[in-house]
Design a protein around this ligand. Structure first.
Ligand SMILES: [Zn+2]
Length: 303
């Protein structure tokens, strides 16, 4: 090979390694939003669940398997959130890069402190969809920061030539999250200790972060539909415990919350369980902005 051609070839190799984006598949929009924050133009991102979906229950479509078979990185929430559908995709994709144990397989729950981890034996036949702990940690900004740090580290390991860009984007995200947390703390400070209900058990990390208290849920167990008897118990609980609002998520049938609200006068607060699942809740920080403002406004008027 002459000198000219060898220079052309080595330039081509450099160009392809630095210019080809990492092909990233994220299971849920919150993980997708964090991946975009850190990955920027250095990733080619696909998010499997749509913002309004219940992430516990998704169809494992053949198109998802094709995406997974070409992916460099797979990011999941873990704590069994995707256990009903993601294992089928991983199995079908036959792609070693994204299998557990390899750097391209990212279980985001490995960098957070799980809440509600059962201490005794768990009976999945009862329909509990949180058998290994509560998987809805990304509604707490502390978890968002930790997961963003994990993505920075893994993306850097897979694309060392772009490590500085990943570091810079993390620093920028972390700075914007700091500013937002100060804003959120101030907005919710007057409501510390407020008791709330949820439809599904989504809000325990969010409540922990902002000093709120989850008094109960419309579902008797996570994933088990409300029964009349349980709703009667919830109606009694609202007056006994002075519960101030019911948080509802976009995919959950609201007629149960409506029934409870009609019988108690308690407010219904629609919050975003994922970025983009409510109007003006786009992006990770935008999702929490929406949730803090919607909840604080409802509590302002519900003293
Ligand atoms: Zn859940």
């Amino acid at each position: 090979m002459n000198a000219f051609l060898s220079i052309v070839f080595s330039l081509a190799i450099v160009a392809s390694s630095s210019a080809s984006p990492l092909r990233v598949v994220a299971t849920t929009p919150d993980l997708g939003s964090l991946a975009r924050e850190i990955g920027g133009d250095d990733i080619d991102l696909t998010v499997l669940a749509r913002p309004g979906d219940d992430p516990h229950f998704l169809d494992a479509k053949p198109s998802f398997i094709r995406l997974m078979s070409r992916a460099d990185v797979y990011i999941e929430t873990g704590l069994d959130l995707e256990v009903g559908w993601a294992p089928l995709l991983l199995q079908g994709a036959r792609n070693a890069r994204v299998m557990p144990g390899n750097p391209g397989h990212i279980d985001a729950s490995t960098v957070i402190d799980p809440m509600e981890v059962p201490t005794g034996p768990v009976d999945r036949s009862m329909g509990d969809v949180h058998p290994t702990g509560n998987p809805h940690y990304l509604l707490d900004p502390r978890a968002g920061r930790a997961v963003a740090g994990l993505l920075r580290d893994r993306f850097s390991a897979l694309r060392p030539d772009r490590a500085q860009a990943f570091r810079e984007r993390f620093a920028d995200f972390s700075r914007r999250l700091d500013e937002a947390e100060a804003r959120w703390d101030a907005r919710l400070a007057p409501h510390r200790g407020a008791k709330l209900l949820g439809d599904h058990n989504l809000w325990v990390y969010f409540a922990d972060r902002f000093g709120l208290e989850m008094a109960g849920y419309l579902e008797p167990k996570p994933g088990v539909p409300p029964t009349t008897r349980h709703l009667q118990h919830i109606i009694e609980l609202i007056s006994r415990e002075r519960v101030r609002a019911i948080i509802v998520s976009p995919y959950f049938d609201q007629r149960h919350a409506d029934f409870v609200a009609r019988n108690t006068g308690v407010r219904i607060v629609p919050l975003a369980h994922q970025p983009g699942s409510r109007p003006s809740s786009d992006g990770y920080i935008g999702m929490i902005d929406h949730n803090v403002e919607a909840l604080a406004s409802a509590l302002d008027g519900a003293k």
